[in-house]
Design a protein around this ligand. Structure first.
Ligand SMILES: Nc1nc2c(c(=O)[nH]1)N[C@H]1C(S)=C(S)[C@@H](COP(=O)(O)OP(=O)(O)OC[C@H]3O[C@@H](n4cnc5c(=O)[nH]c(N)nc54)[C@H](O)[C@@H]3O)O[C@H]1N2
Ligand SMILES: Nc1nc2c(c(=O)[nH]1)N[C@H]1C(S)=C(S)[C@@H](COP(=O)(O)OP(=O)(O)OC[C@H]3O[C@@H](n4cnc5c(=O)[nH]c(N)nc54)[C@H](O)[C@@H]3O)O[C@H]1N2
Ligand code: SF4
Ligand SMILES: [Mo]
Length: 909
C-alpha cells in the first residue's frame, strides 16, 4: 500500500495530543503533531514524537497463550479455544462461588468503547461491582474532590485557561515531565505576558520550577495544612468574594472555625516553608484578577488525597475563582483516557454517566437501559482491596486488561503473592514482556496504539477520535472486540437463550449505546459520535444532542450540580501522611515520573534513545544526605522500607531536600530487581481508596557486594535487543543487585549491571556469555579465576559488539565509550590481554556527561555544558547545537544548566 497519513491521538498522557501517523497500512514510519488538534496545535513532546520508534515486535504479544497448571509454561492456542476456556472457567467460578468471586482490573489507557464493554460485562452480565481500574491509583481522589465540592466529577476548565490566567498554581504536578505540551503552552503564555504569576508547590525542585515565580518546597504530605493556611490569610486580609460565597456556596462558617487555627507560623512550621513565602502565595492567590490551579499525583496519591483536593477547591470557592476565563480548579489527568473511565463508570463505586453504584435509583436507570432485571448492589472492590481479596482466596478468577499490576501497585511482595495464588488470571496485553505477564494463565494479545479505533477524553473534557492506521501484528485484536467476544461466549453460560447484550460489530456502536446513558446528566455527551468528531474535530462535553459546539467552561452561571445548586466548602483537618519518617526509617521516599519514560516501560522501554536522558535506576539524594551516610555517587545501597528492600546506586541531586529520597516509578522488577513498588505502602485514602504511592519511610543500609558484572550487547538481525533482554534477565535473578536498560541510538544495545556478595558459579557466567555471544567467534578474553576477574569483548568488523566484565567493572565507562565511538584499537587489545581491571590512563570518567539532554537532536549534557562554558546563551545553544528546537521538552533543563553555570552542577553518575 502507498504511504499515507492517518490522524489519531497520542497514547500516552492526558494532554491528549493529536498525532499524524505516517504509514503504509502495515508499518508506521513516523509521527508528527497534528496542527489541527486543539490540544497541541502540532506540538509533540519527546515521548509522542518517538512513538514510531517504540513497540518492537519481539516485545509484542502476538498469539493467545494458555497454561493449564501453575507449574506449566504457557503454550500457543487459538482465539476460539482461549475464549471458550475463559468463559467456561468464569461461568464455573460464578456458578460455584457467586458473581463476587470474579473481578476485572482495567485501565485508563483503554478507549471509552473498551471501557464501556468491560463495565457492561461486569455489572449487567456477571452481576458484580468488582470492576476497578488503575485510575484508582491515579485519579480517584480528584473524582471525590470534584463530587464533594462541586457536585459532579467534571474539571471545569479548558487548556486555554492556562494561557489566560493571571496566577497559575501548579501543585503536586511536574507538568514539565508529565504534561509537557501543556507546559509548553504555559511557557509561551508566560513569555508573552511575564506579569502572569506561576507558583509551584512540590517538595522537589523539579523542571516545572523553571517557570516558577515562587516555589514552595513543602514537606511531603502537608498540602492540606498549606491550603488551610492560605485560606486563613485570604479571610484575614478579606481577599474573598462575598457575593459569590453568599450566592453560590454552603459551609464556609464551619471551615472558618477550622482554619482559624492554621496560623501562618504554625503552617510555615508544618510545611517547612517561610511565613513570607506563605504570605506571598496567599497574596497572589487572593489578589490576582484570575487564579487557576493545576494538580496531579502530588495531591491525589495520598492517604489525605480527597482532603487535599477539597482544601484546594475551597480556595477557588472563597475567591469566586471558578467558571471564568483563566480561573478554576483544573485537575490534570494522567492517562490518555482517565476521563473516559470516569464517564463510563468504570471504577467499582461508579456507574455509566457519572452515576453511583451505591445509588438504587441510578442502578435501576442503568439496568432498565441495558434491559436487565437489576444491577448488583454489593459494594465492589477497589484496586488495593481487590488484590487483598485475591490473596485471601475470595477472588478466584481475575481478568486484567491494559495495566501491569505486578509493577504499578504498591506493596509488590503481597501483590505478586496474590497473583501467584489466584486460580485463574487472564491478562489482555499488548506486550508479553510485562511483570504481570509472568502470572497470566491466559495471555490475550491486544492491538495497541495505531492499530485500534475508538475515543478518548483528555483533561479538558475533550473527546478525540483514536483512529487505526495499521493492522495489528500477529493475531492481536482490539480490546473492545476481545471483551465483546468473551462476553458473548459467557452469555451462553449465564443467559442461555436470551437476546445478546453484546451485539456490537464496531466501536462506534458501543459509543452510541454509551452516550445515551449520559443524556440529561452533567456530562451529557449525547450529541457526539465518531462521525461528528470526524466532521467537526475533537469536542468538549457537555455536548447534548442538537448542540452545535462543545462547552469550554463549566459553572459560569454559579449553578452547581448539587442538590441545592450550591457548591460546598469541605471542612477536613490536616492529617499527616500515613508513614512518617522516624529513627528507624529516617528518609521519606518520594516516587514520580521521568521525562522520557512511560510507567512500566513496556512501550518506551523498547526505544533505546528514550534511555538517553536517564540511563538507569538510581536513588536521588541530597548531597548532605550522601555525606551523612558517607556515600559517593554510584555506590550501591540497600534501600529498605517496612515491606521490602531494593539494592541500587545512589546519586547526588540537590533538587531533593535532605531527609528525602526520590526514585522514579518506572523501574519495575524487569529493570531493577525487586522494583520500586516493593517499597511502597498499600495504605489508602478513606474516601477515594487511592493509595499513598508518593510517600513511604525508608532507610539506607550499607551493603557489601564486591563481585560486579557489567555487560553490553548489541541487537542484530538474528537477535533483537528485546530478545536478549528476555533471555538474560532471568539469568541474572541470583544476583543481589540487577539493573537492565538500553543504550545507543542507531545501534541499540542492552546494558546489564549486577552485583553480588560472591562470584557466581562458573556455569552461570558461561551461560550468560553464551547469550551475549561471547563464548565463541571473534572474542578477546582474559580470565583470572583466582582473583575472580574476567573480561571479554567481541570485536566484529573493527567494532565492539559485546562486552562482559566480571569481578571488577572499573573499565565499564571506558569500554562503553569505545563501543559508542565504534573504536577497537591496539590499546584496547593490549588492555584486554593484560591482568588489569582498571582502564588504561585515567580514562575512567563516569558517564554522567554522556547523558542526553535533548533527545530529538541527540545533544548531550557535556556538549551543552561545553558550549555554555564558551559563553553561549539559550538562543546560541539552539542555533549551534540545535538542542531544544524540536519538541522543547529539554528547554527547562538547559535553562537550569545555564543558571548553574556559575556554580558547579550535580552530575548524576
Ligand atoms: N513522562 C511521563 N509523563 C506521564 C506519565 C509517565 O509515566 N511518564 N504518566 C501519566 C500519568 S498516568 C500520570 S498520573 C501523570 C502524573 O503526573 P505528575 O503527578 O505531574 O507526576 P509525578 O512525577 O508522579 O508527581 C508529581 C510531583 O508530585 C510531587 N509530590 C510528591 N509528594 C508531594 C506532596 O505531598 N505534595 C505536593 N504538592 N507534591 C508532591 C513529586 O515530587 C512530583 O514532582 O503523568 C502522566 N504523564
Ligand atoms: N510508586 C509509584 N507507583 C505508581 C505511581 C507512582 O507515581 N508511584 N503512579 C500510579 C499511576 S498514576 C498509574 S496511572 C499507574 C500506571 O500503572 P500501569 O497501568 O501498570 O502502567 P502501564 O505500564 O502504562 O500499563 C499499561 C499496560 O497496558 C499495555 N498496553 C498498551 N496498550 C495497550 C492496549 O491497547 N491494550 C491493552 N490491552 N494493553 C495495552 C502496556 O503494554 C502496559 O503493560 O501506576 C501507578 N503506580
Ligand atoms: S504531551 Fe506528549 S505524551 Fe502527552 S499526549 Fe502530548 S505528545 Fe503524548
Ligand atoms: Mo496515572
Amino acid at each position: 500500500m502507498e504511504r499515507q497519513i492517518t490522524a489519531s491521538t497520542c497514547c500516552y498522557c492526558g494532554v491528549g495530543c493529536g498525532v499524524l501517523i505516517e504509514h503504509d497500512g502495515e508499518r508506521i514510519f513516523g509521527v508528527s503533531g497534528d496542527p489541527a488538534h486543539p490540544a497541541n496545535f502540532g506540538k509533540l513532546c519527546s515521548k509522542g514524537s518517538t512513538l514510531h520508534l517504540t513497540g518492537d515486535l519481539s516485545a509484542r504479544a502476538l498469539y493467545p497463550q494458555l497454561r493449564l497448571g501453575k507449574a506449566l509454561a504457557r503454550g500457543r492456542t487459538d482465539w476460539d479455544s482461549a475464549l471458550d476456556h475463559a468463559a467456561s472457567v468464569f461461568a464455573k467460578t460464578i456458578a460455584e462461588h457467586g458473581p463476587d468471586s470474579v473481578a476485572f482490573y482495567v485501565s485508563g489507557q483503554l478507549l471509552t468503547e473498551d471501557y464501556y464493554a468491560f463495565n457492561k460485562l461486569a455489572r449487567a452480565l456477571v452481576g458484580t461491582n468488582n470492576i476497578d481500574s488503575n485510575s484508582r491509583l491515579c485519579m480517584s481522589s480528584a473524582v471525590v474532590g470534584y463530587k464533594r465540592s462541586l457536585g459532579a466529577d467534571a474539571p471545569p476548565c479548558s487548556y486555554e485557561d492556562l494561557e489566560l490566567s493571571d496566577c497559575v498554581m501548579i501543585v503536586g504536578s511536574n507538568m514539565a515531565y508529565a504534561h509537557p505540551v501543556l507546559f509548553r503552552r504555559l511557557e509561551e503564555a508566560k513569555a508573552r505576558r511575564p506579569s502572569m504569576k506561576v507558583i509551584v508547590i512540590d517538595p522537589r525542585r523539579t523542571d516545572t520550577c523553571d517557570l516558577a515565580d515562587l516555589h514552595l518546597a513543602i514537606l511531603p504530605g502537608t498540602d492540606v495544612a498549606l491550603f488551610h493556611g492560605i485560606l486563613h490569610l485570604l479571610l484575614w486580609e478579606n481577599w474573598v468574594d462575598h457575593d459569590f460565597i453568599n450566592a453560590h456556596t454552603d459551609g464556609l462558617p464551619a471551615l472558618k472555625q477550622r482554619v482559624r487555627d492554621y496560623t501562618p507560623s504554625m503552617v510555615s512550621q508544618l510545611c517547612g516553608i517561610s511565613v513570607e513565602q506563605l504570605e506571598q502565595c496567599a497574596q497572589w492567590v487572593g489578589t490576582s484578577p484570575s487564579f487557576l490551579s493545576l494538580w496531579c499525583m502530588g495531591l491525589n496519591q495520598s492517604t489525605a488525597g480527597s482532603a487535599k483536593n477539597s482544601a484546594l477547591i475551597n480556595l477557588h470557592l472563597v475567591t469566586g475563582q471558578i467558571g471564568r476565563p483563566g480561573a478554576g480548579p483544573f485537575s490534570l489527568t494522567g492517562q490518555p483516557n482517565a476521563m473516559g473511565g470516569r464517564e463510563t463508570g468504570s471504577l467499582s463505586n461508579l456507574l455509566p454517566g457519572h452515576r453511583d453504584a451505591a445509588n438504587a435509583e441510578h442502578r435501576a436507570e442503568v439496568a432498565a437501559y441495558w434491559g436487565v432485571e437489576q444491577l448488583p448492589a454489593n459494594t465492589g472492590l477497589t484496586a488495593i482491596e481487590l488484590f487483598e481479596r485475591v490473596a485471601s482466596g475470595q477472588i478466584k478468577a481475575l481478568w486484567i486488561a491494559c495495566t501491569n499490576p505486578a509493577q504499578s501497585l504498591p506493596d509488590q511482595v503481597a501483590v505478586r503473592a496474590a497473583l501467584q495464588t489466584c486460580p485463574f488470571v487472564v491478562l489482555q496485553e499488548a506486550f508479553h514482556t510485562t511483570e504481570t505477564a509472568a502470572f497470566a494463565d491466559l495471555l490475550l494479545p491486544a492491538a495497541s496504539w495505531g492499530e485500534k479505533e475508538g475515543t478518548v477524553t483528555n483533561s479538558e473534557r475533550r473527546i478525540s477520535h483514536v483512529r487505526k492506521a495499521v493492522v495489528a501484528p500477529g493475531e492481536a485484536r482490539s480490546d473492545w472486540a476481545i471483551t465483546v467476544d468473551f462476553a458473548q461466549r459467557l452469555e451462553k453460560h449465564l443467559r442461555p437463550g436470551m437476546p445478546s447484550l453484546f451485539a456490537f460489530d464496531h466501536p462506534a456502536q458501543l459509543f452510541d449505546e454509551f452516550k445515551y446513558l449520559t443524556r440529561g446528566r452533567d456530562l451529557d455527551l449525547s450529541g457526539i459520535s465518531h462521525a461528528l468528531i470526524d466532521r467537526l474535530g475533537p469536542q468538549q462535553w457537555p455536548f447534548p444532542e442538537g448542540a452545535v459546539e462543545g462547552t469550554a467552561r463549566l459553572y459560569g452561571d454559579g449553578k452547581f450540580p448539587t442538590a441545592n445548586g450550591r457548591a460546598q466548602f469541605i471542612d477536613e483537618p490536616y492529617r499527616a501522611a500515613k508513614e512518617q519518617r522516624d529513627a528507624r526509617f529516617p528518609l521519606t521516599l518520594i516516587t514520580g515520573r521521568l521525562r522520557d519514560q512511560w510507567h512500566g516501560m513496556s512501550r518506551t522501554g523498547t526505544a533505546a534513545q528514550l534511555f538517553g536522558h536517564v540511563s538507569e535506576a538510581v536513588l536521588s539524594l541530597h548531597p548532605d544526605e550522601l555525606r551523612r551516610h558517607r556515600l559517593q555517587p554510584g555506590d550501591l545501597i540497600n534501600l529498605k522500607s517496612r515491606r521490602g528492600a531494593v539494592i541500587l546506586p545512589v546519586s547526588s541531586d540537590d533538587s531533593v531536600r535532605p531527609g528525602q529520597a526520590f526514585l522514579p516509578m518506572h523501574w519495575g522488577d524487569r529493570y531493577l530487581k525487586g522494583g520500586v513498588n516493593t517499597l511502597t505502602l498499600p495504605a489508602f485514602d478513606p474516601l477515594s481508596k487511592q493509595p499513598e504511592l508518593k510517600h513511604s519511610a525508608v532507610r539506607l543500609e550499607p551493603i557489601h557486594l564486591p563481585w560486579h558484572l557489567f555487560a553490553l550487547v548489541e541487537g542484530d538481525a538474528t537477535q533483537s535487543v528485546q530478545s536478549h533482554f528476555e533471555t538474560l534477565r532471568p539469568l541474572c535473578e541470583s544476583f543481589s543487585y540487577v539493573s537492565l536498560s538500553l543504550t545507543g541510538r542507531e545501534r541499540p544495545a542492552l546494558l546489564i549491571r549486577a552485583a553480588s556478595a560472591v562470584a557466581p558459579a562458573p556455569q552461570l557466567l558461561s551461560d550468560i556469555d553464551q547469550c551475549l555471544g561471547l563464548n565463541e567467534g571473534p572474542v578477546l578474553a582474559y580470565d583470572d579465576p583466582r582473583r575472580a576477574i574476567g573480561k571479554r569483548v567481541r570485536i566484529e568488523h573493527g567494532r565492539i559488539t559485546a562486552i562482559r566484565l566480571a569481578g571488577e567493572t572499573l573499565a565499564r565507562h571506558w569500554l562503553q565509550d569505545l563501543w559508542q565511538e565504534g573504536r577497537a584499537d591496539q590499546q584496547l587489545r593490549r588492555w584486554l590481554l593484560a591482568p588489569l581491571s582498571a582502564p588504561p590512563g585515567n580514562a575512567n570518567v563516569p558517564a554522567g556527561g554522556n547523558k542526553i539532554v535533548c533527545n530529538c537532536k541527540n545533544v548531550s549534557q557535556a556538549a551543552v555544558c561545553d558550549a555554555i562554558a564558551q559563553g553561549q546563551d539559550l538562543p546560541g545553544l539552539k542555533t549551534t547545537l540545535g538542542c531544544g528546537t524540536q519538541c522543547g521538552s529539554c528547554v527547562p533543563e538547559i535553562k537550569r544548566l545555564l543558571a548553574a553555570h556559575t556554580q558547579p552542577i550535580a552530575v548524576i553518575a
